[in-house]
Design a protein around this ligand. Structure first.
Ligand code: NAD
Length: 274
């Protein structure tokens, strides 16, 4: 039963997590929308509340312990605790993205290759995706123990299975998210707290817009490669994650499921390309 469960979602102002927030609100959950960008979270919250839901937007930086603690205090005060935590904040950075897929001899000097990636960019991406999953889990999980049906959802990615070209930090960080999902599942298995993940396939969102479409909005070579490597030949729509989400968060449906990561990817992770 999801009715009246309190769901805390980080990155809730974004494309994927705002969709999850609206979906779970429609299932009767109370939603705390945490985001670094308060305006975006507020916009989603207004939409949910305007259509009869019960939600609260909270400014929160998942990389700042004090900020997460404050957000938890607000959630506790408003909703009386958290039943389900969705660690959705994440993303890549152009500063951690190479221009070329393969290293070659005699590349032009100005090529932004692996050697040119900036430490700050790599650090940013690792921190946002893995530290930004671990810290909110530390702050919220303790009080979730003992609440009926409590569980955590992390958001992994296709590159956790096999790294994608150009984005070594994002690939490594999401691989760590899948790994941490299993670690968390085992760690909390004696105290009734489940932890699972969803690995979305390719969606068209803000974070990958520049990789997928050129300045004129035309598909890049990368988009052609993605679609050719996707058996169903199309992008995943945000709402297509909802079925997997509902299964994992609803303990009436998945009480014995912990430590798994469900790919929702139009077949991408199953296909060898041949
Ligand atoms: P998005 O950029 O639309 O949303 C990300 C949200 O996180 C934004 O609202 C942003 O303000 C927030 N955020 C950024 N830094 C934060 C911080 N330090 N603290 C709190 N909030 C912060 O991205 P999205 O595509 O909806 O992605 C959501 C999740 O799904 C991410 O973890 C992403 O890595 C993952 N993912 C996305 C895709 C895709 O194709 N879009 C595929 C696989 C996985």
């Amino acid at each position: 039963m999801l009715e009246n469960k309190v769901v805390v979602i980080t990155g809730a102002g974004g494309i994927i997590c705002s969709e999850m927030a609206k979906f779970l609100s429609n299932k009767g959950c109370k939603i705390a929308l945490l985001d670094l960008n308060f305006e975006m979270a507020k916009k989603v919250s207004d939409e949910i509340n305007g259509s009869g839901g019960n939600s609260l937007a909270v400014k929160c930086n998942v990389l700042d312990i004090e900020s997460i603690r404050k957000a938890k205090e607000e959630v506790d005060k408003y909703f009386g605790g958290c039943d389900i935590l969705i660690n959705g904040a994440g993303g890549n950075s152009p500063k951690a993205t190479t221009e070329n897929e393969y290293h070659e001899l005699n590349l032009p000097d100005e090529t932004k290759d692996f050697f040119a990636l900036e430490k700050e960019g790599i650090e940013f991406v690792f921190n946002l995706n893995i530290l930004g999953t671990i810290l909110p889990t530390q702050i919220f999980a303790k009080d979730m123990i003992g609440r009926k049906g409590a569980n955590i959802i992390n958001i992994s990615s296709m590159n956790a299975y096999t790294p994608l070209t150009k984005i070594p930090a994002y690939s490594g960080a999401k691989s760590a998210v899948s790994n941490f999902t299993q670690w968390t599942a085992v760690y909390f298995s004696h105290v009734g707290l489940r932890c699972n993940a969803i690995a979305p396939g390719f969606l068209r969102t803000m974070q990958n817009e520049k990789l997928l479409f050129d300045d004129n909005g035309n598909p890049t070579k990368r988009t052609e490669k993605i679609l050719n490597s996707t058996p169903m030949g199309r992008f995943v729509k945000p709402e297509e994650l909802n079925g997997a989400l509902e299964f994992l968060v609803d303990s009436d449906k998945s009480s014995a499921v912990t430590g798994i990561c469900i790919p929702v990817d139009c077949g991408f992770s199953a296909y060898s390309g041949v």
